[in-house]
Design a protein around this ligand. Structure first.
Ligand SMILES: [Zn+2]
Length: 414
């Protein structure tokens, strides 16, 4: 075995192809290892349509980027024939080391995807020495193929949530399988609201699923979602997840704080203390600000106390207990609410809560964990970071799939 044979093995070159020359180009920076592959003279090639061995009609030269050889970039060139098939005519053949239309070898693409699964695309692109755009195109190809193979014939419980690809704009809606322990994402689509549910219904149909099999849907309180979900999945029990209930009241408390801060001086640390999750770790300043708030006569304190009662409701151990606690909560909240316009956001939150009460209470009868949608937030953050510098709804969706969809082997069918 000589050096050519060793390089050929790493390349995935098989008969009639073999490595015929190798040269290190030192006039470029970085240096380039240039490999030339050729077929044996007179070799027959399978017709790309019927597979019958055919003679070469003519040749054209192509170049592929291959895995770096130590620090050197590596290119492969080969004269690729067109076969002359009596049945199918003159056609360019496929080479065994690259997929059709790609200017990268399969090994290169495989290595690129391994990196992209572990780090931001921009960083992976720097390491392998290609532009972000070219790397994104590779990732998009394999992820799209793999998403096409997702099987939804067993799907019977879904959750959906929306998130912004960029702050405050360009939303995507993500559908998850509530029964999946990990890799729960089954569909990601641009936009939010009604049309995303229609697109999911079409996707479900193309992937072996049926709308009438969906027995449970968990989502937020958006009216557009709820209407579309009700029409599309008419057999499903719809649950508004607790995470969105807490989010609704947290936002109301923050709106009250902001309005009140225009009239009264509030501790600076209060803002983050309010926005942090109930079980989140507070700094000393934040803890002090909260303690001060609890004993103050501020309107923000009223809003905060109402929000904090949600925790007591959530601890109810059954739907009847929950309903009883909600009745007390609403009565108590309405007593606490002073007649000040600054508290309007809390009044609105309470009214949404009442409107959606049956769907909110549904969580106590649901068979699926309702913490699933909350868990998506961490996933969205990770996907945003991986797509940094090149983020739009398409790249964001690809990254969400790559991190959290059951894609299996990305290289199946290539
Ligand atoms: Zn043929």
């Amino acid at each position: 075995m000589d050096a050519d044979d060793i390089l050929a093995l790493g390349l995935g070159v098989t008969a009639p192809w073999r490595l015929v020359s190798q040269r290190l180009e030192t006039t470029t920076q970085p240096h380039q290892l240039q490999l030339e592959v050729a077929a044996d003279r007179g070799a027959l090639f399978p017709c790309p349509t019927c597979g019958k061995p055919c003679k070469a009609h003519d040749f054209a030269e192509f170049t592929w980027r291959h895995l770096n050889f130590f620090q050197h970039h590596c290119d492969i060139t080969a004269k690729v024939p067109r076969t002359d098939c009596p049945q199918d005519g003159v056609l360019r053949i496929k080479v065994p080391w690259a997929r059709e239309g790609s200017r990268f070898t399969l090994l290169f693409e495989q290595a690129a995807l391994m990196l992209v699964r572990e780090m931001p695309v921009a960083a992976a692109a720097r390491i392998i020495g290609v532009t972000d755009q070219r790397l994104w195109r590779i990732v998009e190809h394999y992820v799209t193929q793999a998403v096409g193979r997702i099987d939804l014939s067993w799907l019977n419980a879904i959750g959906l949530d929306e998130t912004a690809a960029k702050r405050g704009q360009t939303y995507v809606t993500v559908f998850i399988d509530l029964a999946a322990k990990d890799k729960p994402v089954v569909f990601v689509t641009p936009g939010r609201g009604k049309e995303t549910v229609a697109r999911f219904e079409a996707f479900l149909g193309e992937h072996g699923g049926r709308p009438e099999r969906i027995a449970e849907v968990v989502c937020d309180m958006s009216g557009a979602f709820l209407a579309a979900v009700g029409e599309t999945f008419d057999q499903a029990a719809v649950t508004v997840d607790w995470f969105h209930v807490v989010q609704l009241f947290t936002k109301a408390v923050d709106d009250v704080r902001r309005a009140e801060a225009k009239e009264t001086k509030l501790p600076k640390a209060l803002r983050w203390a309010i926005l942090k999750r109930a079980d989140g770790r507070l700094t000393h300043a934040q803890a002090d600000a909260l303690a001060e708030l609890e004993t103050s006569g501020l309107l923000t304190a009223i809003a905060w106390r109402i929000k904090e009662m949600l925790r007591w409701i959530r601890k109810a151990d059954g739907v009847q207990a929950a309903r009883w606690r909600v009745t007390h909560f609403l009565r108590h909240a309405n007593q606490l609410l002073a007649d000040d316009p600054i508290l309007t956001p809390v009044r609105k939150a309470l009214s949404s809560f009442e409107n959606h009460l049956e769907r909110i209470l549904q969580r106590w009868t649901s068979t699926h964990s309702n913490a699933r949608l909350e868990g998506l937030n961490g996933l969205f953050q990770a996907a945003r970071a991986r797509a940094r510098g090149y983020r739009n709804t398409t790249t964001f969706a690809i990254m969400i799939y790559l991190i959290a969809a059951p894609l299996g082997d990305l290289f199946q069918s290539t």
